[in-house]
Design a protein around this ligand. Sequence first.
Ligand code: FES
Length: 210
Amino acid sequence: MPHAESYADPGTPEEQSRRTFMVNAVMALGGVIGLGLAVPLITSLVPSPEAVGNEWSPLTADEWAGLQKATDKPIKVTFSLHEVDGYLPPADTDQFVWAVKATEADFKAKRPELFASGGDKLPYPVGYMGFTIFSPICPHLGCRYSWVDAQSKFICPCHGSEYTNLGEHLAGPAPRGLDPLPLRDMNGKAELTWIEYKQNTPDLVVLRIG
Ligand code: FES
């Protein structure tokens, strides 16, 4: 014997289409509410550059001694970068930067484009403690360039961009000069912080600090 529900009246075609409309409307409304809740949730999981923090890495006595060997000729300074990425516990990784003995006035004279509107393109002072520090990341597409003594310039091995000792762009596809990094004196200790800039743009665009 068939079940009782087999005999349930399906209703007129008009009633059926009204029911279908109501079901679709309820599902669509649920989707909109779900999306409304999901967007702030997803946004809250993406750390903003400000939220990532501004961590400074102190130089050890040896690293500081290494930095002080810099003259007009840049030297590579290795240090332990204290990294915070917003998701994982802080970690220290080995890093290096390029350091040149150059005051803020020296740097400003050679890199006026960074001070075109009152220096506000740089979010920090440069030439601090008599040194200018450069990120080791080529502003073209992110390779690591090197100082080539025989030619007295920085040369990037990837696409041949070249820069002076103060980071002026000389040749190659890079759209800007080398990116400076901050250095500060904290209670008698030199500290560096890392800034990640957007690659391949003429202007400095900060992606991440620390
Ligand atoms: Fe350095 Fe392209 S990444 S020149």
